[in-house]
Write a protein that binds this ligand. Structure first.
Ligand code: GYE
Length: 326
């Protein structure tokens, strides 16, 4: 099925849609250009994946370098824990709150509390679906719809033979922005090719064990799987284990497409066990600290900052593997 390799697609640029007023500097807060240290409360999703580990490290290291006092909280993939963490940051009167929302909905109340306390909020990595965009100053992260689209476009490109292709999809965390958007982008990209059919789709919660479990069930119920689309590398790596345990060859009998491009994923791609990876960049720390300083100083920041990303085939992965930072 694999014929051509598609070359790296668009690099989303840092794009300023609308400048929105900062104005959230709390009384006596430092402005980041000298003066007191800024205190940032950061509510992380958890430690579910290689991507997340790299993201946490990036935020922690960048905070140190930027002289930002970081209060870090790990929500263990539970929204209620993140809400608690944000409330505690409000109580502690931090200068700025940054968080990566586990799921998209259900944030209005707590974000209103932060707004009433005049503490600016920065969305990092994942979006919320709140109608009231004044509840946060900016959103820094990837375009997940574009990522799903790149995955689907590659598959369309590879499958010109007019034979039916049975796809199984391992979704990310249910209700999360990357799961919703990657699904949508992928479906959009394949919808005009009648040979490409998603025969099963289930969440693996962005974890390796989740990916393995879901794939085991897929293999039991579907004798004829051609392609796995996993919403992240870890789920794809779990699927590889399940495929091998079932006596099939990942990357050959069943093609695998994933998103992230972390070291373990890129290694599997170099070894031919994964066939294509769409990059999602976790190194958001420097940009986050920069935005935080501006927001605390009451300066304007773009409402949306999109991360730059590419895609990798096996050959491309082999070339860059040794220089990958995460
Ligand atoms: O792709 C996945 C992680 O929100 C972009 O979360 C992030 C996703 C990433 O668990 O590996």
């Amino acid at each position: 099925m694999i014929k051509k390799s598609m070359f790296a697609v668009l690099a989303a640029t840092g794009l300023a849609l609308t400048a929105c007023g900062g104005g959230g500097a709390s009384a006596g807060a430092a402005n980041g250009s000298g003066g007191d240290k800024i205190t940032m409360g950061f509510a992380q999703v958890g430690a579910e994946s290689g991507w997340r580990t790299a993201n946490t490290k990036s935020v922690q290291e960048s905070a140190k370098e930027a002289g930002v006092d970081l209060k870090f909280s790990d929500a263990q993939q539970k929204q209620e824990n993140q809400i608690k963490a944000i409330r505690s940051f409000v109580q502690q009167k931090v200068d700025v709150i940054a968080f990566s929302p586990v799921v998209e909905s259900g944030w209005d109340t707590v974000l209103k509390e932060a707004k009433d306390a005049k503490i600016p909020v920065i969305l990092t990595d994942r979006a919320v679906d709140s109608k009231d965009t004044s509840l946060y100053k900016t959103f820094l992260g990837s375009d997940f719809v574009a990522e799903g689209k790149k995955a689907g476009e590659w598959l369309v490109e590879q499958s010109k033979s007019s034979e039916p292709v049975n796809i199984v999809e391992i979704q990310g965390t249910t209700g999360s922005a990357p799961a919703n958007d990657r699904k949508q982008g992928f479906e959009d990209a394949i919808k005009d090719d009648p040979d490409l059919k998603i025969v099963a789709s289930q969440s693996g919660d962005f974890t390796r064990s989740g990916g393995k479990q879901v794939m085991e069930a897929f293999l039991k119920n579907n004798p004829d799987i051609d392609v796995v689309f996993a919403h992240n590398d870890d789920e794809g790596l779990g699927a590889i284990e399940a495929i091998e345990a079932a006596g099939k060859v990942p990357g050959k009998d069943i093609k695998i497409i994933t998103i992230d491009a972390v070291k373990d994923g890129m290694t599997a791609l170099s070894n031919g066990k994964i066939n294509f990876i769409v990059e999602c960049n976790p190194l958001l720390g420097d940009q986050l600290m920069d935005l935080a300083k501006k927001v605390v100083a009451g300066q304007d920041v773009p409402q949306r900052v999109v991360t730059e990303e590419t895609t990798f085939t096996m050959e491309q992965a082999k070339q860059v593997l040794s220089s990958r930072q995460y």
